[in-house]
Design a protein around this ligand. Structure first.
Ligand code: UD1
Ligand code: CA
Length: 467
């Protein structure tokens, strides 16, 4: 069986990270997630992730889906793979892919092609390598006289002439599993960093009469790793550009890509137009002919066709067809906005259903509510859903007309076609087609301000002068 070991135990010292380096995100998925996806796409049947520094973050992310092995002290990449011994011994017949959790762009195509070469050449170990312009920081491939591989030398152990070599180790390898187990035993930490280098397996394989090979890829991106924050930003830029290009190839239109970041799993249909400052991430799907942005953030939300979202934040929700939202609107989780709804400025919706063609044009909060069709919310309506202890729901029937500044004190139900008078606080259910008015009596005092003015002008002590 073919299996994979992914190294995610390192501290990432050069990154000064608070979390394990492979947990740092490229767009909306941690680097480790990119690597796992590549392994799975290449068809590896079992995966073991090596954890170490702040292992609990990796465990939480993996959520029990993969085997893990803890490397309690980070003594190098060879030592990291040794921690997978039990996992490796469970199936020693096939080949084992070793990948670094900090090189997110290794892809299924490269992994599969490298395996073909590994099997065809009957190698004990095949390293995936590339030639790059700036090899600093990578292990260099040392060629043998017959142009095979002789060894890998780390930057810190390299002589000045070795440092000039531009052919570098990606950190990804195929091993014959049984040979890997033997070679791991032979690694010693005799090097500049005092670490157990996995890269020593090349030299050790050759010394013991086994075959070692190189799969040289011309896709330089697959080897890119992140050791510093600068590297990380560069990887993010590369990923961002690649994802945008993929959407453009599929017919998505961009006014400009400034500040536009689209997540790895986002799906957008052709003809949709995206404006600057827009972040779309998680499990988001957007239909045809939408206009999104500027300055919009959409997460885990399904949006239909012909919608317009301008300066909106939307999370974990469903927005059907031909909905117009914005500017300055917050759609919070668990909202379902049905077709033809209009939502205008400074409106917040939370955990609510808004029925077809309803309109919530300004300065309104709708939380924990079930709103029918063709409801009109006046400016400043508030669903008062929280009494300090628990949350309650409001039910608003079809074709209701909610007057400006209405407070709906939940739990409360308005039937079909109910009107509420502006400024009313509704504390009781209102039957179909009724008008609910709740107001103090209006008192009008004639001539009030004129009397005040006269008092000021003709009273003995004129305060305005004194001041
Ligand atoms: C490693 C390779 C180098 C290669 C480069 C590619 C070695 C000795 N060097 O160097 O030849 O060009 O990757 O990116 O293998 N890790 C652990 N436990 C440890 C140490 C590291 O799990 O004790 C993990 C890290 O989390 C990381 C990966 O192994 O995901 C690589 O470690 P890192 O320290 O970044 O190795 P490099 O110096 O980049
Ligand atoms: Ca690295």
């Amino acid at each position: 069986m073919n299996q994979a070991v992914i190294l995610a135990g390192g501290h990432g010292k050069r990154m000064k990270a608070e979390i394990p380096k492979p947990m740092l995100k490229i767009i909306d998925v941690p680097m480790l997630g990119w690597v796992i996806r590549a392994c799975e796409a290449a068809g590896t049947e079992r995966i073991c992730v090596i954890t170490g520094y702040k292992a609990e973050f990796v465990e939480y992310y993996l959520n029990g889906k993969y085997t893990t092995a803890l490397q309690s002290e980070q003594l190098g990449t060879g030592h990291a793979v040794m921690q997978a011994e039990k996992f490796l011994r469970e199936d020693t017949d096939g080949n084992t892919l070793v990948l670094c959790g900090d090189a997110p762009f290794m892809d299924a195509e490269t992994i599969s092609s490298a395996l073909e070469l590994h099997v065809a050449q009957k190698n004990s170990v095949t390293v995936i390598a590339a030639e790059i312009d700036c090899p600093k920081g990578y292990g260099r491939i040392i060629r043998s006289e017959t142009d095979g591989i002789a060894a890998i030398v780390e930057e810190k152990d390299a002589t000045p002439s070795q440092k000039k070599i531009r052919e570098v180790n990606s950190g990804a390898y195929w091993f014959r599993t049984a040979d890997l187990l033997e070679l791991l035993q032979k690694i010693t930490p005799q090097n500049a960093q005092g670490e157990y280098y996995l890269t020593d397996t090349i030299k050790l394989a050759i010394e013991s009469g086994r075959r070692a090979g190189v799969y040289l890829t011309d896709n330089q991106e697959v080897i890119l790793g992140a050791n510093t924050r600068q590297d990380l930003l560069m990887l993010r830029e590369t990923a961002r550009r690649n994802i945008l290009n993929k959407h453009m190839d599929r017919g998505v239109d961009f006014l400009s890509t400034d500040g536009v970041v689209i997540g790895i799993d986002v799906e957008i249909e052709a003809g949709t137009f995206i404006m600057p400052g827009t972040i779309i991430r998680g499990n988001t799907k957007i239909g045809r002919r939408c206009e999104i942005g500027p300055n919009t953030l959409i997460e885990n939300t399904v949006i239909g066709e012909g919608c317009r979202l301008n300066t909106v934040q939307a999370y974990d929700s469903v927005i059907e067809d031909n909905v117009k939202i914005g500017p300055f609107v917050h759609i919070r989780p668990n909202s379902h906005i049905k077709s033809g709804v209009k939502i205008g400025d400074f409106v917040e919706i939370k955990n609510s259903v808004i029925g077809e063609q309803s309109s919530i044009a300004h300065l309104t909060y709708v939380g924990d509510s079930d709103v029918g069709k063709k409801v009109n919310f006046g400016c400043g309506t508030v669903t008062v859903n929280y009494d300090g202890v628990s949350k309650q729901r409001c039910e608003i029937g079809d074709s209701c007309f909610i007057g400006c500044n209405t407070n709906l004190i939940a739990p409360v139900k308005l039937g079909t076609g109910v009107y509420t008078a502006a400024g009313s606080t509704i504390t009781k259910d209102v039957p179909d087609y009724a008008l609910a008015v709740e107001r103090g009596q209006l008192k009008v005092k004639d001539g009030y301000s004129l009397r005040k003015l006269k008092n000021r002008l003709f009273s003995g002590d004129n305060k305005e002068k004194k001041n």
